[in-house]
Design a protein around this ligand. Sequence first.
Ligand code: GSH
Length: 218
Amino acid sequence: MKWVPPFAAGQVRDHRARWILNEAGWPYSVRLVDTPTMKSAEYRSNQPFGQVPVLEEDGRPPIFESGAIVLEVARRAAILMPEDEAQRALAVSWVIAALNSIEPFLMNLAEVDFFMTDETEKRQRRPQALAMAELRLGELQHALGERQWMVGPQFSVADLMISSVLKIAGSLKVLDGFPKLAAYQARCFDRPGYRKAIADQCAAIDAHSAADMKYETA
Ligand SMILES: N[C@@H](CCC(=O)N[C@@H](CS)C(=O)NCC(=O)O)C(=O)O
């Protein structure tokens, strides 16, 4: 997106697409979008929910969902997938788990902390939202155990997606209670492809302002 509020800079999910493309070494350019573009019928024919990211590639139908983009690029570039077939399936399980079993609980808490304005409702909802997020983080930390990487001996798509999802926990300040996950995330982020993804996303956001998003005014 052309611009997001400061708390979201570096968090927008296109960093996942940028990261995997950087890892693959595939050349790419970025088409930034504003709100009218994301709402347009043309954009929604590629991303039915009007969200980012979308991967457009000459001669192929566009792909949406950050998880699908990561898995597709990893498969075709033959990177970040364990060599062993059973471990490859497990890595895919972890990509889906990150998106389906962890991210929703973190987003539930993010909704309370970042988007709810009614203080009474916020006080009512937060304890349960926090408890569920912490439960999932505890389970994830337990599953990681003493390993460096979630599947196999090397960094894989599983680690890319889990560490990306954990960014939400970091911004909610709930990762502090899970030191092994925090250390794991730092290991995952110590990669040039990640650093470039975030730097490029933040540079694009810095170069724009709220007006560039052309939000609808009431
Ligand atoms: N499940 C989707 C979620 C994409 C998503 O939530 N994108 C956000 C930015 S991080 C977005 O486009 N928000 C604008 C909106 O929903 O209108 C994915 O992983 O690609």
